[in-house]
Write a protein that binds this ligand. Structure first.
Ligand code: AMP
Length: 296
């Protein structure tokens, strides 16, 4: 039996799970010979409707869809939730299949980072503020793993959620800077009816915290309204931080109004902006963001 067939597994839902880069490349090459376009959806699993919006968009745009499933140790700091991050490969694969995926690429850590691995990808500028202050090595881990996944899959397009807006901007910058021949496609944030952004980490919230959590999104909207009405961004952000503190959030890592492309802080609301927040509710760190465009 060749190594290639050996590493293939079939999930109950019939979706193929590939663990080696060689088999992934052979499959994609076959699709290409058949004239098929290829979309890629990188995830860390614990799949919910937010992730599935990415898969559906990829399936609408591309003939074949690869979902990647890899909890990347390099983007977690030692104090973060790498070990307790929820893992359910079979359940995730069934959800991917239901949204139109054709293959799951789920490499082992040793496949992504074999002994002797020494290269990492550092994106400057856009990674410096906000999450870059709160989680200093996070985007190096993200950029490294996403560069590898994009080069392993060599898809026509790869889909990323606006939920992780600074990550989306970082990956867009990286793909342009490294001439990675894959289009980076943003997908809007999927929310609950009360405005709460879907996230794998919402599962950590107690019922009482979950009831309070929508204040996060509502505060972003209120800050957008304030800067739209002429309040200077720094004052509106300071107001938002007070609101969140009073609602029981803390610490609040940041709440800021930034240039929508570079993520530099905006002192005047005179161009497309993004309002971004990261705040703790009990033991859970929540992030969210919304767009804001000045009226002309
Ligand atoms: P993760 O597995 O958390 O790294 O997320 C994988 C991808 O799904 C990333 O591109 C995220 O931005 C995206 N994503 C996560 N939550 C949502 C959401 N609520 N709406 C849209 N995309 C999301």
């Amino acid at each position: 039996m060749s190594a290639i067939t050996h590493t293939t597994e079939r999930m109950p839902a019939g979706l193929r799970v590939v663990r080696s880069v060689a088999e992934l490349r052979a499959t994609v090459a076959g699709w290409r010979r058949g004239g098929h376009s290829v979309g890629v959806v990188p995830t860390m699993g614990a799949i919910h409707a937010g992730h599935l919006a990415l898969v559906r968009q990829a399936a609408a745009d591309c003939d074949r869809v690869i979902c990647t499933l890899f909890v990347n140790p390099k983007q977690f700091s030692p104090s973060e939730d790498f070990l307790r991050y929820p893992r359910d490969e079979a359940g995730d694969a069934a959800k991917f299949a239901s949204a139109g995926a054709h293959l799951v690429f789920a490499p082992e850590v040793e496949t992504m980072y074999p002994p002797g691995h020494q290269t990492s990808v550092i994106v400057r500028g856009v990674t410096a503020p906000l999450e870059g202050v709160a989680r200093p090595h996070h985007f190096e881990g993200v950029a490294t793993v996403v560069a590898k996944l994009l080069l392993q899959c060599l898809g026509d397009a790869a889909y990323f959620g606006e939920k992780d807006y600074q990550q989306l901007r970082t990956i867009t910058r990286m793909a342009a800077d490294l001439d990675i021949p894959t289009r980076i496609v943003p997908v809007p944030t999927v929310r609950e009816a009360d405005g709460m952004a879907l996230s794998s980490r919402n599962a950590y919230l107690s019922p009482e915290e979950r009831r309070r959590a929508p204040v996060l999104h509502r505060t972003l909207e209120d800050v957008a309204e304030r800067i739209g009405a002429g309040q200077i961004p720094a004052a509106a952000a300071a107001w938002g931080i007070d609101v969140l503190s009073e609602a029981g959030f803390g610490p609040i890592d940041y709440l800021g109004v930034a240039d929508a492309e570079t993520l530099e802080p905006l002192s005047v609301f005179d161009r497309p902006a993004r309002i971004l927040v990261a705040a703790w509710l009990g033991q859970t760190r929540l992030i969210d963001n919304i767009p804001a465009t000045p009226a002309r």
